[in-house]
Design a protein around this ligand. Structure first.
Ligand code: HEM
Length: 449
């Protein structure tokens, strides 16, 4: 089915694009990520044939908001399936290298370094990544079972890792903040922008085979049937040090209200999701939960960051109109779809002691450009402070902090500077994947090399 978006003249082949790569997950959701290793090529192709039957196209009327199965491959996975070398060579260089090889550039050092990662993340054994998400536990179990069954009768394909995830009814993640609000719209997807000030992105920013913001077709793997309607997907398991984060704030705040304010300044939104840009002085839960209003803002009227600090996580990750001046970077070239989910039990409210349990976010990126989207935002905007004129500052919430890392909160009469931020997020591992189209899944299953 070809669907035309009323807001654009782009026709996305929605029947051929995997729903999970293009559309928002349900909310609330439950989900499971499965990683598989292909030890036998013929059985690997048989697995892909079976997965092709359960992966959902974005064009299907009943799946996107409820249940979806998304299938993606690493470079080594495509290699294990016997994809011809000239085709493997045509993928993006970062994808070919894999996430572990990009660790130093990404700031995955020290306790986030690949030699500390959870096994088998970052190893050449990770071939196929499957994400199953649903609004309903019984649907999830049924589908995850189908995905496991697709593999279970194939001894040449091994299930090597599984991670369950879920969303609280409040939509909040382990640090206490509502997540998944700021997202761009994509031309031709049929979904309207939640930020009316941001035009939908050209389809080629997210899906391969269509013009992107530069007006060009992004580099696409060959042959066409393999690349077209596919997208790159990044997943990262990010452990969050919630007790350390709470203690850090508690030591610097005289009251609970001040603690909340400092946390909101770090994120750029209050815990409810209300943006500081619209509600700078206090949380406004009505605003946070209103999808018509909670993403309708810019930063142009707050250049110095008195409302939302220029170093706040969400402002770094999407400076919106703050960089709209001559010679500045084009923010639209660095947008991404995020499909992150929460894992692990929440630390009960008010607890400041670490209970030793693993909790955090499965961060998921989807986009057509690994380098200028995911890697650019991570390295230039989150890990570095040069673009905001503060070279020693990195993202206060998710940055790879070192001893001197500080965070500046512009305020009158004098700014406040939080010093010695410890790292609050540790990378447990991840991978660069490619989520092919439905027709590419068929092509992979039928390879006869
Ligand atoms: C454990 C790690 C992380 C946590 C806890 C976290 C948390 C958050 C929160 C609370 C928000 C604001 C709510 C929203 O707009 O959805 C947000 C926004 C965002 N984050 Fe993160 N994040 C993490 C890692 C990352 C990483 C690694 C990236 C990119 C490389 C990233 C990119 C973004 C983007 C693009 C936005 C939306 C900004 C906007 O459009 O306003 N985040 N994040």
């Amino acid at each position: 089915m070809r669907e035309v978006d009323a807001t654009s003249d782009v026709t996305l082949e929605l029947d051929d694009i995997q729903a999970g790569a293009l559309y928002e997950r349900p909310s609330p959701y439950v989900g499971t990520y499965l990683l598989l290793c292909i030890r036998d090529q013929a059985e690997g192709r048989e697995l892909v044939r079976r997965l092709h039957r359960i992966a959902n196209p974005a064009g299907s009327p009943d799946t996107p908001d409820d249940t979806s199965v998304t299938v993606a491959f690493t470079y080594h996975g495509l290699e294990a399936l016997g994809v011809p070398q000239e085709s493997l060579d045509s993928f993006a260089p970062e994808f070919k290298e894999g996430m572990a090889a990009r660790a130093t550039a990404l700031g995955d050092v020290g306790e986030s370094a690949p030699d500390q990662w959870e096994k088998p993340l970052g190893s050449n054994e990770v071939h196929v990544a499957i994400a199953v998400l649903s609004s309903d536990q019984s649907h999830l179990d049924a589908l995850a079972e189908k995905a496991r069954a697709a593999q279970a009768e194939l001894p040449g394909v091994e299930l090597i890792w599984r991670q369950d995830c879920y969303q609280l009814a409040t939509g909040r993640t382990s640090f206490g903040f509502k997540d998944g609000i700021g997202q761009p719209a994509v031309e031709g997807s049929g979904r309207s922008p939640t930020n009316p000030r941001e035009l939908p992105l050209k389809a080629g920013e997210i899906v391969l085979g269509y013009p992107d913001e530069s007006g060009e077709l992004p580099p696409m793997p060959t042959p066409d049937v393999l690349g077209r309607n596919g997208t790159y997907v990044v997943f990262r398991k990010l452990h969050t040090k919630v007790a350390a984060y709470r203690s850090y704030l508690r030591e610097r705040a005289a009251t609970r209200a001040e603690e909340e304010r400092l946390g909101a300044k770090m994120v750029g939104r209050w815990q409810s999701g209300a943006p500081l840009a619209l509600s700078p002085d206090a949380d406004t839960p009505d605003l946070g939960s209103d999808p018509q209003r909670n993403n309708d803002f810019g930063f142009a009227d707050d250049p110095r960051g008195f409302k939302c600090p220029v170093g706040a996580h969400a402002r770094r990750a999407n400076p919106r109109d703050a960089l709209d001046h001559e010679g500045s970077v084009d923010v639209r070239l660095h947008r991404m779809l995020r499909r992150g989910t929460s894992y692990g039990p929440m630390l009960p409210d008010g607890v400041l002691e670490d209970d030793g349990l693993d909790r955090g976010i499965m961060f998921v990126f989807a986009g057509a450009h690994l380098k200028r989207q995911f890697e650019f935002v991570k390295t230039q905007w989150l890990n570095d402070g040069i673009f905001i004129g503060a070279p020693l500052e990195s993202d206060p919430l998710v940055g790879p902090h070192h001893e001197e890392t500080s965070f500046t909160i512009p305020q009158r009469p004098i700014r406040r500077r939080l010093q010695g931020l410890p790292p609050f997020v540790v990378t447990r591992g991840g991978e660069y994947c490619f989520a092919p189209s439905l027709s590419a899944l068929r092509w992979l299953a039928e390879l006869d090399t």
